[in-house]
Design a protein around this ligand. Structure first.
Ligand SMILES: NC(=O)c1ccc[n+]([C@@H]2O[C@H](COP(=O)([O-])OP(=O)(O)OC[C@H]3O[C@@H](n4cnc5c(N)ncnc54)[C@H](O)[C@@H]3O)[C@@H](O)[C@H]2O)c1
Length: 253
């Protein structure tokens, strides 16, 4: 099936690692011109180089997605380089631990800025460019903890719940401009973000909490992102898509 992504201009934030890297590669494989945006510029450069080595087109940008001026510049450079913007995948994020009494106000603010404000900033500055283009697609990465929280992740869960609600609001506000907005909610994905977790503890947790066995791969999340950005998803907007091995389906005792 043709995705309609060939020739489109796509930004992936957090594109230097994990889900973002896999998505940048997947969009490039579909023929998109991909802007790989990452706070650590060297990681963005490495992924852009991978795309170019495979015959694709890519631009690496060092961007802190929690800073409005940097996000605005990211959109401006993208439009100046490729003539417009069609797809924004706001995916960059951090995943700090801590209950409300354990974390400082600064830690709360940092998490909310990187995980939630970034989604606001991305949409705010991307939408005018998409309106000029006659439409576009915004994808945001939340997580299953944005649907149902767990212990010791207060700021992260609150930010990701905000991402889900904000994505729906964007879908409602800009549907008339032919701009779709959906949100991806991964469960436990095998990326550098989760690499510090002890393998035995992780496997025991997954065995008791997922309906399906095994780790979710970043490439599988990327495939969902490509589908949601494709022409096949033309009438899908304002929805949260869970990819979690069945973790959210119900309680496993
Ligand atoms: N891995 C999981 O199990 C999982 C589960 C649910 C949700 N998520 C979400 O998926 C997204 C991607 O996570 P991942 O697992 O690929 O993690 P990752 O750590 O492999 O990649 C995240 C990337 O975002 C970048 N980044 C962090 N802060 C940034 C900032 N302020 N500006 C620009 N770039 C920044 C990092 O440098 C990194 O390259 C995140 O939003 C995360 O919360 C991950």
């Amino acid at each position: 099936m043709k995705t309609g992504i060939a020739g489109k201009v796509c930004i992936v934030t957090g594109g230097g690692s994990g889900i973002g890297r896999a998505s940048a590669l997947a969009f490039a494989a579909e023929g998109a011109k991909v802007v790989v945006a990452n706070r650590t510029g060297s990681k963005a450069e490495a992924v852009a180089a991978e795309i170019r080595a495979a015959g694709g087109e890519a631009l690496a940008l060092q961007v802190d997605v929690s800073v409005g001026t940097e996000v605005q510049e990211m959109i401006g450079v993208t439009v100046a380089t490729y003539g417009g913007l069609d797809i924004l995948f706001s995916n960059a994020g951090i995943s700090p631990n801590g209950s409300v009494t354990a974390i400082s106000e600064e830690e709360w603010d940092t998490c909310l800025a990187i995980d939630l404000k970034s989604v606001f900033l991305g949409a705010k500055y991307a939408i005018p460019a998409m309106q000029k283009r006659g439409g576009g697609v915004i994808l945001n990465t939340a997580g299953t903890l944005g649907i149902r929280p767990t212990r010791d992740k207060a700021a992260y869960g609150a930010a990701k719940a905000g991402v889900i609600n904000l994505s729906k609001a964007i879908a409602l506000d800009y549907g008339p401009d032919n701009i779709r907005c959906n949100v991806i909610c991964p469960g436990y994905v095998d990326t550098p973000l989760t690499a510090h977790i002890d393998a035995a503890a992780r496997d025991a947790f997954l065995a008791r909490s997922q309906a399906l066995h095994g780790l979710i791969r970043a490439e599988e999340v990327a495939a969902l992102a490509v589908y949601l950005a494709s022409d096949a998803a033309r009438m899908i907007t304002g929805q949260a898509f869970v990819i979690d091995g069945g973790q959210q389906a119900g309680m496993l005792w």
